[in-house]
Design a protein around this ligand. Structure first.
Ligand code: MN
Ligand code: MN
Length: 294
């Protein structure tokens, strides 16, 4: 990897890690998720970065991809478990990191399971390492702690302005000869659950990504397409769209999805309503792996 690019990954990682640690103080029972998301995104900008995607604040059995809507009134409920997933980019080079906080003693073990799984594999991110060995280790750690890994959520490669690039990094054993290469940027994100270990998509999507520009006539759709294009293919929040009415946004977004202009990331829920924990770091593969978000 070129030195200049590595520096951007490291800068993004430093900001992501500082904001992640600062965000812990915002989390208390009764605090609105909207305030937390807006503060996280503002802190990223204050530190000279840009959000690589909206702050994801996923409660309880929602594993990922919930971000507050405009005027969202959801507050952290008593006894909740909350996943905070945030991203920073510098010129499209992304740092992706997440942690879980529990507001009940019941979930301490669950939070620890995904965290230990992540910690156990960071040192394995070396050139020539079989990806399948990393996945097996994640599964082993989570099952060893008495929980299930979420089998249909994966970590992923990172490329400039491309969040979910190859290779995908499963959290369960799989068969593949794929090996990691020097300088590759990957996000590792073990998810553990008390449930069955699978997630399903729910409606509506609150996070979007632009796929391609197409001719559109509806003025709202055209405005949204223009707005979406500034993210260069990185995800953005419905909440960020500069149209006041969510109803109008959703009408226009439906058209843009049908035309293949936008892709929606729906919130992902555990199929058996099991509580879910997540931990994530971004790593540059090297003999001494560089954890940019440490
Ligand atoms: Mn993430
Ligand atoms: Mn990720």
């Amino acid at each position: 990897m070129e030195e200049e690019i590595l520096e951007k990954y490291k800068k993004a990682g430093k900001i992501a890690s500082e904001v992640r640690e600062a965000s812990r103080k915002l989390l208390n029972v009764g605090v609105p998720l909207l305030d937390i998301a807006e503060k996280i995104e503002a802190m990223i900008r204050e530190k000279g970065g840009e959000p690589a995607f909206p702050a994801n604040l996923s409660l309880n059995d929602i594993a990922a991809h919930y971000t507050p809507v405009k005027k969202d009134e959801t507050r952290i409920p008593e006894g909740a478990i909350l996943k905070v997933d945030l991203g920073v980019h510098m010129d499209g080079y992304v740092a992706d990191t997440a942690y879980t906080v529990s507001f009940s003693d019941d979930y301490a073990g669950l939070v620890d399971a995904s965290k230990s799984a992540l910690e156990n594999i960071l040192e394995l991110c070396t050139p020539g390492r079989k990806l399948a060995d990393i996945s097996a280790k994640i599964q082993e750690t989570i099952e060893g702690a008495g929980y299930k890994p979420v089998s249909n959520l994966t970590g992923h490669g990172l490329q400039q302005y491309f969040l979910h690039a190859d290779p995908h990094v499963p959290n369960v054993r799989f068969s593949s000869d794929y090996t990691l290469s020097e300088g590759q940027a990957i996000a590792i994100e073990p998810f553990a659950t008390e449930g069955e270990g699978r997630i399903k998509e729910t409606e509506p999507a609150l996070i979007y990504m632009m796929l391609a520009g197409k001719p559109v006539r509806n003025p709202d759709a055209r405005l949204i397409m223009q707005f979406a294009s500034r993210f260069n293919g990185l995800p953005f929040a419905e909440r960020w769209i500069p149209i006041e009415s969510t109803f109008k946004i959703r009408m226009a977004v439906r058209e843009l999805k049908e035309k293949g202009v936008l892709y929606g990331y729906p919130p992902l829920k555990e199929v058996s309503k099991g509580m879910v924990s997540q931990a994530e770091h971004t790593v540059i593969v090297a003999d001494e792996p560089i954890v940019t978000t440490k």
